[in-house]
Design a binder for this molecule. Structure first.
Ligand code: DQA
Length: 152
């Protein structure tokens, strides 16, 4: 896949705090699928589409900011679940606002049906699209969606 002479074949997936414990963490809300299973599924689907998927998880806000900055000029799309930082992090929002590639915000749960403090996302205004409430399947939807946006 090429656009403006650039190879458009790398997508970064960033997972925020506590998502390393998926499968064990509040499974009634977040499901029983582990983060490894989500990442492996993304890599398999990516391979079928000829796209390289890199995944990254951190419990640290600054590490996530640095990883977002690394996408500049290196990736053709970003899928991010900032987890609890969704609701608090101006630093992550500002880093995302720098990017000129499609960015999908994803949440396993439907944040708008949960506690009021989860209804506000700091990043929605600076991303391309949001997916929430589909559980682990949302990541597959995000990949489908971002490939469509990149090819547009
Ligand atoms: C989450 C929703 C957030 O409110 C929460 O802090 C998370 C996960 C989700 O995927 O549903 O850690 O982003």
């Amino acid at each position: 896949m090429k656009k403006n002479g650039k190879e458009l074949n790398k997508i970064l997936v960033i997972h925020g705090p506590n998502l390393n414990l998926l499968g064990k963490r509040e499974p009634d809300i977040y499901g029983e699928t582990t983060l490894d299973e989500i990442n492996n599924r993304l890599k398999t689907v990516g391979e079928q589409k000829g796209i390289f998927i890199e995944t990254f998880q951190s419990n640290y806000e600054g590490a996530i900011v640095e990883k977002i900055q690394e996408t500049i000029g290196r990736y053709s799309g970003l899928i991010i679940n900032p987890a609890a930082y969704t609701h608090t992090s101006i630093a992550i929002r500002d880093a995302l606002a720098l990017l000129d590639i499609p960015v999908i915000e994803i949440h396993l749960s439907n944040i708008y049906q949960r506690e009021p403090f989860r209804h506000k996302s700091m990043i929605t205004e600076v991303v391309t699209a949001q997916i929430a409430g589909f559980g682990a399947y949302g990541y597959t939807l995000a990949l489908e969606g971002i490939v469509m946006l990149i090819q547009k």
